[in-house]
Design a protein around this ligand. Structure first.
Ligand code: A3P
Length: 335
């Protein structure tokens, strides 16, 4: 599979890393597989549909990653607001270091400021790159909570997770648009109906969506100091309160002086959809740095309830029904 492309010199790595790569190469062909919505294969790994590349990242994490107490992991299921949360957390923890008029978020997409964990862990073929990032490390992941090793999830002092969820109807619509845009032109267009069926069956990147959400939800209930659980809709409605909540959770609450200077308001404004989608760097509509995705692909409407323009009442009802069943007795709902 992808080995030679990403790891041209595996044989030069330590034996421990080589063993992880070998284990992964042996495991992947044995897993159930399906085609991704836009490209590549997805493998069913511990109950979740994940690319081979990211499974390898997860295995590297399991076998070799050394968490630090200051690590912050921004966790999301795709299309729930990763870009937004990356920007918010980055600007909260770095608020003393940058001027808002000349902020890194005006020059770089959040994905370049908050590395994607299951990908960055591959850089240099071992965890040496991620080990070299100075503290506090801010990382982003789509991996389900259950795929993190217990040394990260059990130990309350090991690291913290900030998670954002979103109404699955909006998630599906956002995902379908994203996948349709990225899908190679040679392939037939992605049918909304067929993709909807796949989503309902849990077959989507990092799906089943509900299991992903519930993993983090349960962890946030059991370990509120370790996992902060947010909803996209709440952040939209009360961004100032949510930003304060995140800062408090991360142990860096806003001081009265910062409140007087309206730092919270400035963070919310800088990270708003209007501001971010209008930065030149986020208007880039070309594939760059060999990435299949361009910055502009992460900004579409940024609204709550856009599903109403795409789903039939029957589709919406079906998705609501699945959601109700999945969330039964969990203490969580999307309202
Ligand atoms: P829509 O497709 O519904 O517009 P992710 O970052 O996880 O890939 O999610 C992308 C979704 O978040 C898209 O939703 C995108 O428009 C929206 N989004 C991106 N930046 C945002 C921001 N600053 N505020 C609110 N929503 C944002």
């Amino acid at each position: 599979m992808e080995t030679s492309k990403y790891f041209p010199s595996v044989e030069t790595l330590d034996e421990g890393y080589q063993k992880t790569f070998k284990n992964c190469d042996e495991l992947l062909p044995t897993l159930p597989q399906t085609k991704g919505w836009w490209f590549g294969q997805l493998f069913q790994y511990h109950g979740f549909w994940i690319s081979g590349f990211c499974i390898r990242g997860s295995m590297l994490n399991h076998d070799h990653f050394k968490p630090r107490s200051t690590d912050i992991v921004v966790a999301t299921s795709p299309k729930c607001g990763t870009t937004w949360l990356r920007a918010l957390v980055f600007s909260i923890i770095n608020r003393a270091s940058f001027d808002f008029s000349d902020h890194p978020l005006r020059k770089a997409n959040p994905q370049d400021l908050v590395p994607f964990f299951e990908k960055i862990i591959h850089k240099d073929g071992s965890t040496s790159f991620v080990d070299g990032i100075p503290s506090p490390r801010l990382l982003s992941t789509h991996l389900p909570y259950s795929l993190f090793p217990t040394r990260m999830t059990d130990d309350t002092s090991a690291c913290r997770f900030v998670y954002i969820s979103r109404d699955p109807k909006d998630v599906f619509v956002s995902k379908w648009h994203f996948a349709s845009k990225l899908r190679p032109k040679e392939l037939p267009p992605l049918s909304l109906e067929e993709t909807f069926d796949l989503f309902c069956k849990g077959v989507s990147h990092y799906g089943p969506f509900w299991d992903h959400v519930l993993g983090y939800w349960k962890a946030s209930v059991e370990s509120p100091k370790k996992v902060l659980f947010l909803k996209y809709e709440d952040v939209k409605k009360e961004p100032l309160g949510c930003v304060r909540k995140v800062a408090e959770f991360l142990g860096v609450p806003f001081t009265p002086e910062e409140e007087n200077k309206e730092i919270v308001e400035q963070i919310v404004k800088l990270c708003s959809f209007e501001s971010m989608s209008n930065q030149d760097v986020n208007k880039l509509d070309k594939r760059y740095q060999q990435r299949p995705v361009s910055n502009s692909d992460f900004f579409r409407k940024g609204e709550v309830g856009d599903w109403v323009n795409h789903l039939s009442p029957q589709m919406a009802e079906k998705l609501d029904q699945i959601t109700e069943e999945k969330l039964q007795d969990t203490g969580f709902n999307f309202h």
